[in-house]
Design a protein around this ligand. Structure first.
Ligand SMILES: [Zn+2]
Length: 402
């Protein structure tokens, strides 16, 4: 019975995984309206995220105010402790003074000097009336003395207790302040994450808008399959952009000693790198259409894109891309803000870098052999604005240096 049940579960798991892999490979036709719906989703996410940022910032302000109030409370407690200490000191002084005062009064009443002034005072009575009077004065005096001192001692004790209470309260407040500061730290972290998400979603929105704009300008219908439409098109652009936001030239186009073979060999493109290595996003150098996603043992993972720059046709190639990071597919229309993949070191490569080749004409369309492609190559510096000095860092995709 149990064995049958286990078999049934295994069959169900196998069936569901078959279904999942089948649904994963299913390619759906996408239209401009679908892209707009995706854009709306992104914008809604962005809006919700912005709301959360406002909310988090309010909570940070509120927590800061709480800490401010605690600091005021602690200051007040410190003032009260100082006051209670001063009062205790004054009471101590009062007790000493009262004691001296009583002794002075007794001395005035004393008829002869001796050790036991009270008793002497009483036994010096010359009549029973005088004796009773002296007894009563002496008792009242002693009682008055004791009452006063007891009262002051009680006040000292009350002040000492209040001081203990205040110190305890102060410790509690300090602990609360520590907790609130920890809360601010975690809220700050939360806020930073939200801002980071905002930046990445802003990038996605910008790209999504660019793509929609491109398909619309190209005349694709709102409900037309964009892959079908894209096949007819090559989106225009006015210039090439650096394919990464930050970077520097590590090796020039043209004749060079090959870093792996050590022999003189023609370098078909320009090599670019970046200290961020395997996190560097590689962008399309201009609007265009992806025509090849490929792999060879020398080029590694690579992408080939067709461009139409001011009516002139070009082909760009991006080599050595990191495995598993390619974000476009054959037939995709891309803008210069489309992330193609992450920089890598696949194929013949000594370290993470991008090899960018640019040729005139459309490879695989205007000509189809590698030799013809090599014949059409241009120095990428002729069309992309790279700093003239090798190793000079740039920090954006267009200006002369940064
Ligand atoms: Zn290279």
């Amino acid at each position: 019975m149990l064995k049958k049940l286990i078999n049934l579960i295994i069959v169900l798991i196998l069936l569901s995984s078959c279904f999942l892999s089948w649904s994963n490979i299913k390619v759906e036709a996408k239209t401009i309206n679908d892209l707009k719906a995706e854009l709306n989703e992104l914008e809604a996410k962005d809006k919700a995220n912005k709301k959360q940022i406002t909310n988090t910032e309010q909570r940070i302000t509120q927590t800061r105010n709480e800490i401010g109030q605690i600091n005021i409370d602690i200051e007040n407690i410190n003032d009260e402790i100082i006051q209670k200490t001063a009062e205790i000191k004054e009471l101590d002084q009062n007790i000493i003074e009262k004691d001296q005062e009583i002794k002075a009064t007794i001395n005035n009443l004393q008829l002869s000097s001796g050790n036991s002034i009270y008793l002497e005072f009483i036994f010096e009575a010359d009549s029973i009336t005088d004796f009773i009077y002296r007894m009563s004065v002496s008792e009242q005096l002693t009682k008055h003395n004791n009452d006063l001192i007891n009262e002051m001692n009680d006040m000292i004790e009350a002040n000492e207790n209040r001081k203990i209470e205040l110190k305890k309260h102060k410790e509690d407040l300090k602990q609360k302040e520590i907790n609130l500061k920890a809360k601010i730290n975690s809220l700050d972290k939360e806020k930073n994450n939200l801002y980071e998400f905002e930046r990445s979603i802003a990038d996605e929105i910008k790209t999504a808008r660019g793509v929609i704009d491109m398909y619309e300008k190209a005349g694709c219908g709102a409900n037309e399959d964009i892959n079908v439409c894209a096949n007819r098109l090559l989106p225009p652009d006015t210039r090439f952009w650096r394919p990464m936001v930050q970077g520097y030239v590590t090796s020039e186009y043209g004749d060079r000693i090959h870093p792996i073979y050590g022999t003189k060999k023609f370098h078909s493109g320009i090599d670019l790198s970046n200290s961020d290595k395997y996190n560097t996003k590689i962008y399309a150098a201009a609007n265009g259409k992806v025509v090849v996603i490929g792999y060879t043992s020398s080029m590694g993972n690579y992408i080939t894109i067709h461009h139409n720059i001011n009516g002139k046709k070009y082909t760009s190639q991006y080599l050595h891309l990191k495995t598993g990071t390619i974000k476009v597919k054959k037939g995709d229309l891309v803008t210069k803000d489309t992330v193609l993949a992450i920089m890598g070191s696949t194929g013949n490569s000594t370290g993470p870098h991008l090899h960018l080749s640019i040729a005139t004409g459309l490879y695989y369309k205007d000509y189809s052999t590698y030799a013809a492609f090599v014949d059409h190559l241009v120095n990428p510096r002729a069309v992309v604005n790279f700093p003239s000095n090798k190793s000079t860092y740039w920090y954006n995709r267009i200006n002369k240096y940064n």
